[in-house]
Design a binder for this molecule. Structure first.
Ligand SMILES: Nc1nc2c(ncn2[C@@H]2O[C@H](COP(=O)(O)OP(=O)(O)OP(=O)(O)O)[C@@H](O)[C@H]2O)c(=O)[nH]1
Ligand SMILES: [Mg+2]
Ligand SMILES: [Zn+2]
Length: 371
């Protein structure tokens, strides 16, 4: 089967899912083995749904399930699957990722979890139904920058803020917390902002990230033009209720582009997101270059450009506090992860040592028996 798209032929069946020449190149060794290329549209119970040129197939992931949770197959991955015939089919390989949205499962633990792979836009959905939590937005943004995708903040349910001046202020507050990031107010209910979001989403793969009840699936349905995802009124306000969306689902959009809808996130811990944090607080890092001391802690040092900016009102003090908090948390996670890695390596050496010793003893036992 010839998988390459000849110039005169109709577009590749996977083009709507993001297939391009670079993926085709990366896939070619697997194509030579007779495997099918496909994109993972959902993962559940040790299996996944993969959209291929022959439609969506179910495939087992047993061969591509390493111990490292960051390397398991995830929605958005490109994969090589068995051709028709085998039951079950297996995913034989996962192509190297361009980007990966990763968080730690909570800020207390050092367990990384991948939420979506090969994403171009990380769309952070923040509901205007509740008071804005800027620190939470900054935390999401740090992960989004770190993923390699371009972040976009979408303020959902804009219909709940009918006063245009108030809405503009809310957008501005978020913009102050998100330098270099587009901030859109949208309403799935009255259609506000959906045209802009449709245009953003057309440019590649987008993932919707945010708390449960933020309106992610409602947005997905609005962009799809049909009710594909289940939507439900939030069952509670403290975020402890059941999530409506329970798996990550990849959907091809009619207006072009690919969308991944994800279950609501309760805790979002940073995961080795040092450069992401730097990008969220780029104005502070720029100011810091003007501090007199190279290693200024922006506390009480003379000639500190950061504290000066706070005094003149150019920099909200909240921003500096949030920056410090996220930097601290990130350092903690990185240190813990390193410690865990070191412990695992030690354990592995001990295990290998034990196996080696057992083998030597068995050999000696065998030798003595032979004597
Ligand atoms: N007023 C208003 N309500 C909305 C809008 N978008 C979503 N909602 C409501 O918000 C609630 C939650 O919407 P969902 O789309 O299920 O939220 P979600 O982010 O997908 O939630 P999880 O799947 O649990 O993560 C539903 O009751 C929606 O009707 C909107 O634009 N305006
Ligand atoms: Mg949902
Ligand atoms: Zn300083």
């Amino acid at each position: 089967m010839n998988l390459s798209s000849s110039p005169s032929a109709s577009p590749h069946p996977l083009a709507a899912f993001g297939w391009d020449e670079a993926w085709e190149d990366a896939f070619s060794p697997y194509g030579a083995q007779g495997l099918l290329p496909g994109r993972v549209v959902r993962v559940d119970r040790g299996q996944c749904d993969v959209v291929t040129g022959d439609g969506t197939v179910r495939a087992d992931t047993a061969f591509v399930t390493p111990h490292d949770p960051l390397r398991v197959v995830c929605t958005g991955d490109w994969a090589a699957v068995d051709p028709d015939g085998g039951t079950p089919r297996y995913v034989r390989a996962r192509l190297p990722r361009r980007t990966a949205f990763v968080r730690s499962t909570s800020s207390k633990r050092s367990e990384g979890q991948i939420l979506a792979a090969n994403v171009d836009h990380a769309v952070i959905a923040v509901p205007l139904a509740v008071e804005l939590d800027l620190a939470r937005i900054e935390r999401f943004l740090a992960l989004a920058w770190e993923s390699g995708a371009r972040p976009v903040v979408v303020l959902t349910k804009a219909d709940l803020v009918p006063d245009a001046v108030t809405l503009a202020h809310l957008v501005q507050d978020v913009e102050t917390s998100a330098p270099g990031v587009p901030v859109l107010a949208v309403s799935a209910q009255d259609g506000e902002g959906l045209d802009v979001l449709t245009a953003v989403a057309a440019g590649g793969t987008s993932v919707l990230i945010g708390q449960s009840g933020a309106g992610k699936s409602t947005l997905a349905n609005a962009l799809l033009g049909e009710d594909v995802m289940d939507v439900r009124a939030a069952r509670d306000v403290d975020g402890k209720g059941r999530h409506t969306t329970t798996t990550r689902n990849l959907l091809a959009l009619p207006g072009g582009g690919v969308l991944i809808d994800t279950p609501g996130l309760r805790g979002v811990g940073l995961w080795d997101a040092g450069s992401g944090v730097g990008q969220v607080f780029s104005e502070i890092e720029e100011l810091a270059e003007g501090c007199r001391f190279h290693d200024c802690a922006h506390e009480s040092e003379p000639g500190c450009a950061v504290t000066e900016a706070i005094e003149t009102g150019a920099l909200p003090e909240r921003r500096l506090e949030s920056y410090r908090k996220l930097l601290r948390e990130n350092r903690r996670i990185v240190a813990k992860t390193d410690a865990r890695l070191r412990a695992e390596i030690r354990k592995d050496w001990k295990r290998k040592g034990a196996i080696g010793r057992a083998a030597m003893e068995a050999k000696r036992g065998g030798d003595s028996r032979r004597r």
